[in-house]
Design a protein around this ligand. Structure first.
Ligand SMILES: Cc1cc2nc3c(=O)[nH]c(=O)nc-3n(C[C@H](O)[C@H](O)[C@H](O)COP(=O)(O)OP(=O)(O)OC[C@H]3O[C@@H](n4cnc5c(N)ncnc54)[C@H](O)[C@@H]3O)c2cc1C
Length: 448
């Protein structure tokens, strides 16, 4: 049998890579992991975690306003971006150390440099050293897409947004997916003027239409501007340092910051995959089978680089399944059915299972139950924002096919309800559950 420096070499210490490497090592494999930036990857360093902390920070704008209606004497408040930014970045540093400790405690060797593939069992490090491994796992994630237009380099991406020197007075956000809508909510709450521009006339493709329409309507009422069917033409910098963004419809938009949130491309450019015959699919994603194996027998891939479902818990599950199957003698595959997801907008929305239109395409005349209500807290706060819950039910067997909601705490509520949807429970099972009163989630068992 050939002998290698390592049983497993992982490229990329993000959600998928860290889980795969530490579990493989716990199963007894000799493992090294290369990271060119910071251990923890996108989610911990410049994604889910710092984003969610900004969402919490942003929500105080409304909470402080509402508090007055609940009898609190709230003096005029001022928001200080640099305090929140520095506290968030300190928390990121803390988590980064925790991730490093986890790898060290599991005897995973951390190699802090860029790695590329040099053959089916060979990895080349930026320092010039070449190492060998029985198996190689590509967990390099995805990278923010930047538009191809004149002056595009004047914009920033989610990689830079957490480090802004100061809060922009005017920010233009390109894109209409979850990252765009989350940052639109965050900056709006902090007091920036936000304009969201998008090539099409829809936001949040893939989410239930009624739910995303509700977010659009609430966002517009709050004062976020939307410019639809607007393709980039060019970006210019004025003498005072501000930007002028030219789009295909209407006047150019002035801004202090332009943030691209137009998608994330699998991170495979320059990775040397051709040296091992690893095939790429659409958008440069590594093509893998149900076990994460690429077209080269000894090379596997997990997470965003495979462009299946670009979410942290999915990358983690794929990393776990890989480690258990290849090194733990416990073969397992990821079940991609009923993956819940959320948009941490203001208010947040969340969904699991089929949307109404997906269910109609598949099953025809599905049953739809909705609850459109003003949460009790919003009523007293004089906040005219309504929540909307929607249940999509199979036309014959009464199974809940999908659950979608927008309103305060929707992601927290949906995670629990997703268990019932994943378990294939019926609408009757929801109805049989006694309401927990007074709560917003009681609407789930009272839907007509
Ligand atoms: C702003 C933002 C918000 C997000 N919010 C959420 C959310 O709320 N919920 C959610 O589930 N998901 C969210 N995501 C998505 C989530 O971060 C990703 O799905 C997840 O991080 C994917 O994990 P991964 O292991 O595939 O890749 P990553 O976590 O991206 O890790 C890849 C790592 O590989 C390293 N690397 C790349 N190439 C090389 C190389 N050649 N050599 C060495 N190292 C290399 C990179 O530096 C990186 O650290 C968000 C993403 C962004 C950008």
């Amino acid at each position: 049998m050939a002998s290698y420096d390592y049983d497993l070499f992982v490229i990329g210490a993000g959600s998928g890579g860290v889980r795969a490497s530490r579990v493989s090592a716990a199963h007894g494999a000799k493992v090294a992991i290369a990271e060119e930036f910071r251990v923890g990857g996108t989610c911990v360093i410049r994604g889910c975690v710092p984003k969610k902390l900004l969402v919490y920070g942003a929500h105080f704008a409304e909470d402080l306003q509402d508090a007055r209606r609940f009898g609190w004497d709230v003096p005029d408040c001022r928001f200080d971006w640099s305090t929140l930014r520095d506290n968030v970045l300190a928390e990121v540093d803390r988590l980064n150390s925790l991730y490093e400790n986890t790898l060290n405690n599991n005897a995973v060797e951390i190699i802090r440099e860029r790695a590329t593939i040099a053959g089916p069992h060979e990895v080349k490090l930026a320092s010039g050293r070449t190492v060998t491994a029985g198996k190689i796992l590509i967990a390099t994630g995805a990278w923010p897409t930047v538009p191809d237009c004149l002056g595009a380099e004047l914009g920033i991406t989610s990689n830079e947004v957490f480090h802004l020197e100061s809060l922009p007075k005017r920010i233009v956000i390109a894109g209409a997916g979850y990252i765009a809508n989350e940052f639109a909510g965050i900056f709006h709450q902090f007091g920036s003027h936000v304009t969201l521009i998008n090539r099409s006339d829809k936001i949040l493709r893939g989410y239930d239409e009624q739910i995303r329409d509700r977010l659009l309507q609430i966002s517009m009422t709050k004062g976020i501007e939307f410019r639809f069917n607007a393709a980039f033409e060019k970006v210019e910098k004025a003498a005072d340092g501000s930007l002028l963004i030219h789009v295909s419809n209407g006047d150019p938009i002035p801004a202090d910051v332009l943030l691209y949130a137009i998608g994330r491309t699998p991170h495979t450019v320059g990775l040397g995959l051709e040296t091992a015959g690893v095939e790429l699919g659409e958008r440069g994603a590594v093509k893998v089978d149900a076990d994460g194996r690429s077209s080269c027998d000894s090379i596997f891939a997990v997470g965003d680089v495979t462009d299946r479902v670009q979410l942290t818990p999915v990358a983690i599950r794929e990393g776990q399944a890989f480690a258990d199957t290849q090194f733990g003698n416990k073969p397992g595959r990821v079940d991609y059915g009923c993956i819940p997801s959320a948009v941490f907008s203001h208010p947040p929305l969340a969904g699991v299972g089929l949307t109404e239109s997906q269910a109609r395409d598949k099953f025809g005349n599905v049953k739809i139950y909705t609850s459109d209500f003003r949460p009790m807290k919003n009523v007293l706060a004089n906040r005219n924002e309504r929540a909307l819950y929607k249940m999509v039910v199979h036309p014959e067997n009464d199974k809940v096919l999908g659950l979608h909601m927008i309103g305060p705490d929707a992601p927290e509520i949906l995670q629990a309800a997703a268990i019932a949807v994943k378990a294939g429970l019926t609408k009757q099972a929801f109805d049989d559950t006694v309401a927990l009163h007074p709560s917003m989630s009681e609407e789930l068992v009272l839907m007509k």
